[in-house]
Design a protein around this ligand. Structure first.
Ligand code: ZN
Length: 143
């Protein structure tokens, strides 16, 4: 089984350039955020859980201090469900998922890689899928 912690390198021919602090936006531009990516995109994955599977986003992860909403915090909508541990945020105007505080690692945010300026999902190559249906925290005993 492959580890989900891996650094994604840009695929061949890609012009993707990830900056140490990279700006992201929702679709309508109401929400802007920046993420600290000193090591590039880390822990990039998809997840098959009930919410991630539906939204289909490819996410990366950063420590909580590594993501700042720089515009439109008042437009962001918070969505929670089940144990209400994770905090899922999306733009209340255009509906685009921007980031969420993780259930598995509450000291981290995951963010929508496709929101990053200049980053195309087809630059990412093969992206691993995390088994969120069988979430580690739903196992007995919890992992
Ligand atoms: Zn928006």
């Amino acid at each position: 089984m492959r580890s989900i912690t891996q650094k994604i390198m840009a695929s061949e021919g890609s012009t993707m350039h990830v900056k140490p602090t990279h700006k992201g936006t929702c679709h309508c531009g109401a929400v802007e955020f920046e993420v600290d990516l000193p090591d590039g995109l880390v822990d990039v994955h998809r997840c098959n859980c009930s919410i991630c599977g539906r939204r289909g986003a490819i996410v990366g992860a950063v420590p909580l201090a590594g993501l700042r909403v720089t515009r439109g915090a008042d437009v962001l909508t918070l969505y929670q469900f089940n144990t209400k541990t994770a905090k899922h945020y999306f733009c209340g105007t255009c509906g685009i998922y921007t980031h969420h505080q993780r259930r598995l690692k509450p000291h981290e945010y995951s963010f929508n890689v496709a929101c990053l300026e200049g980053v195309r999902i087809d630059d990412l190559g093969e992206v691993p899928i995390t088994d969120g249906i069988n979430h580690p925290k739903d196992r007995t005993p919890p992992v």
